[in-house]
Design a protein. Sequence first.
Length: 155
Amino acid sequence: MSVRAARLPAPHASRAWSVYLRLQYRLIRLLDPFVRPWWRGYGLGNVVELRVRGWRTGRPRPVLLGLLRDGDRWFLGHPNGDVPWTRNLEAAGLAELSFSWPGAIGIRATRLPDGELRDRAVLSTGQHVFPGNVIYRLARSHVRAVGTYFLIEPA
């Protein structure tokens, strides 16, 4: 039985989840200056720093994200579709990933089309720090319909 048939609801985009997730991520951006020093000093669950160059400016754009793991595979994604960092990562294809500041490793990112591997990334969202893990589970149908996910490999 496939992952899709076993545990995932049918994809269904939701206006309510779209609005909620936009507001949630706006709040996360506002809290970033307070969270980032904590992450740099102590770590924070599965949170890593992605450093990707802006597709227009070429300047590094650091963003804190939850790294999802499925066996030996790594995923990064956004539950509400494309946002600036996903567009930058897709355009660049290469970036740096920092597990602990200031060190980083080079990575290659491949956008995942609908299918089994992307579904495994969606199922992995339970690894996020609370309350993200609960929110992603509740919004799973929406995330499956519109989320943007990448397979991450060391470069």
